[in-house]
Design a binder for this molecule. Structure first.
Ligand code: T4K
Length: 412
């Protein structure tokens, strides 16, 4: 039990956990089902271009309520193929408060990501800022459903319609989430899911573009498979961005566990909210109760002025207790290379959020008892935030040792 700062492992107390607790432990589902699928692929000697990927695509399209799903080796590549298939050129407006993949996928194609600020109330792209950023070089806008909270879809779609822009969504966090009661996946021209190991549904590595635009889907399938057409003939330049059968076997198995995992995540999220309620300077980002969410991220905001300690120090406190929190997303994209050098921009709301965000462990590997103990550490550190800050500073930066007295006979 952490009663005072002397109990914190950072200052020599015993660590709360003997094994590390992580953000983003994979949800692997029923292992027997996974091996059954994998064995089928091995027995059939069909390791790629097979039926498991097609089945996974069908299940994802169904889950998202869209006609087409094009599975890929990861979501970064899916974004890249989508930017190409959508014909983006010149400038693409997007939030900076996202994983750098959203921007890099554009930059790697020679596009210019134009970062705009967030709405501080949601953490998502401010639609007025996006509208104001449109120039004659703009070809598209990419909204990001940050931590599964929907981007301002209706407003961005209006901006797109007004200026003839492509409207795309990075839905890497948002499988199973809704916007105004409708499932994420069918908005804009297309949306992209991630099935990275850390996501609510994982396929080891994996991603997918989902869309109701059949022509766009066909173009994406071609780009994903060396530029080949439905008859296998090469009709354009393309790449190999396919998902393997082993990845699809995991994706299908993980998808089967989705409802159970989301329920667990929701309970963890509610517990974090109640356990940290009233802690000065610490707040857990809420989800709109009127919408569905997968609750895969528990995001705390640490306001140094209120808590008396900075987010990074709290992260160190937690790390010493074997709780490995993550800064999703800090620094924000515009604070990273090459963007900060190439196109410096000030985004005050984004910068403030980036200074405060801390993703806390959740998911199937984190129990309610774990959450209570993590919150106990946070409460203990925040209750004496200034003392923790002072002591950490002294420990990191010890006063210079007094000079060793030199026997007078040796003095020069
Ligand atoms: N758009 C957005 C908004 C995204 O957030 C992402 C990716 C993308 C696009 C691109 O999606 P992908 O191309 O990756 O499909 C991670 C992930 O690599 C990345 O997928 C994710 N977002 C981003 C938010 O986080 P890191 O560097 O924090 O991940 P990593 O591998 O260090 O793992 C984080 C924690 O998860 C670790 O502390 C331990 C745990 N973990 C991780 C892996 C891989 C496990 O327990 N087991 C595992 O197998 O970037």
């Amino acid at each position: 039990m952490k009663l005072g700062i002397d109990d914190l492992a950072l200052f020599g107390g015993p660590a709360t956990f003997t094994e590390p607790l992580y953000v983003g432990r994979p949800s692997t589902g029923d292992r027997a089902r996974f091996f059954e699928r994998l064995n089928r692929a091995l027995d059939d000697m069909w390791l790629t271009n097979g039926t498991l990927v097609r089945e996974f695509e069908d299940r994802v399209a169904e889950a998202a309520g869209v006609r087409n799903c094009v599975a890929t080796c990861n979501a970064t590549t899916a974004l890249q193929l989508l930017y190409m298939a959508a014909g983006l050129s010149g400038e693409v407006i997007m939030p900076s408060m996202t994983y750098v993949a959203t921007a890099h996928a554009a930059r790697m194609l020679g596009l210019t990501p134009v970062f705009r600020d967030i709405d501080p109330a949601t953490g998502c792209l401010d639609p007025r800022a996006a509208e104001a950023a449109v120039t004659s070089r703009t070809s598209g806008v990419v909204g990001v459903h940050l931590w599964g909270r929907p981007a301002p879809i209706a407003e961005l779609e209006k901006t797109g319609a007004r200026h003839g822009l492509r409207v795309l969504f990075d839905a890497a966090h948002a499988l199973g989430c809704t916007y105004r009661g409708r499932r994420i996946g069918g908005f804009g021209d297309a949306e992209v899911f991630s099935f990275h190991a850390t996501k609510v549904v994982n396929s080891f590595e994996g991603g997918a573009v989902v869309t109701d635009d059949d022509g766009l889907a066909q173009h994406l399938r071609s780009l994903r498979t060396f530029g080949s057409g439905t008859d296998g003939r090469i009709e354009r330049a393309g790449t190999n961005a396919k998902m393997s059968e082993a990845a699809a076997a995991m994706g299908l198995t993980s998808l089967e566990a989705f409802d159970r995992v989301v329920l667990h995540n929701r309970e963890n999220h509610a517990l974090y909210r109640s356990e940290l309620r009233g802690v000065a300077g610490v707040s857990v980002v809420p989800f709109d109760e009127g919408e569905s969410s997968n609750h895969q991220y528990v995001i705390a905001r640490i306001d140094e002025a209120g808590a008396g300690l900075h987010r990074d120090l709290l992260m160190r406190v937690l790390k010493a207790e074997n709780v490995v929190a993550r800064r999703y997303f800090s620094p924000a994209c515009h604070q990273l290379e090459p963007y900060r050098s190439e196109r410096p921009v000030e985004l005050p709301h984004t910068e403030r959020l980036a200074e405060q965000v801390l993703a806390l462990p959740t998911g199937p590997a984190v129990s309610a008892a774990d959450v209570r103990r993590i919150c106990e550490i946070v409460r203990c550190a925040a209750a004496s935030g200034r003392r923790v800050t002072d002591r950490a500073r002294r420990t990191a930066d010890p006063a210079p040792a007094p000079p060793v007295p030199v026997p007078s006979g040796l003095r020069r």
